[in-house]
Ligand binder design. Sequence first.
Ligand code: ATP
Ligand code: MG
Length: 183
Amino acid sequence: MKFSRLKLLGFKSFTDPVELVLEPGITGVVGPNGCGKSNLVEALRWVMGESSYKAMRASGMDDVIFSGSGNRPARNSAEVTVVLDNSDRTAPQAFNSADTIEISRRIEREQGSVYRINGRDVRARDVQLMFADASTGAHSPALVRQGQIGELIAAKPTQRRALLEEAAGISGLHSRRHEAELR
Ligand code: ATP
Ligand code: MG
């Protein structure tokens, strides 16, 4: 399973529709300061179910919606879609019957987020668990924030263990066990 496309509409600095094609191999994003490189990585984190607005460098989740600049008016919604190429059939079982999987998250001002997998409404949790089972997600160690390497070196063993569990793809199981214990 691979990320093959990232589509943005009204997310942070991207008011016009943008579609990024992620070819096999390494993709580099270059551009001047403030052009939106980090916003792209945050879009990927967001569509995978990031629930912390702080992780989006925002003071509320509505801040991810384009707030206007120059002569471009603010928008009332933002949407990010990620397309997964599943032609190698390695997606988690529940989603493994199709060649492509499309996950989208849309936010309307003051109304929160709506998630879809292949056009069907799902809960945030369904999206988070799908990515956790695939050993990735909004908190995946594969997404390296500025300053994160230093945090890792200074981390306590229990914090480092959480990273290893995420990498091993078992954090979804922990989350399900926790939920079962609360019932
Ligand atoms: P650097 O090279 O400095 O790391 P960058 O390319 O990573 O820069 P970003 O941090 O992704 O840049 O983008 C910052 C820009 O995004 C700022 O100009 C900021 O005003 C803009 N921005 C962030 N949120 C919004 C929003 N909700 N509406 C409009 N613009 C926004
Ligand atoms: Mg940046």
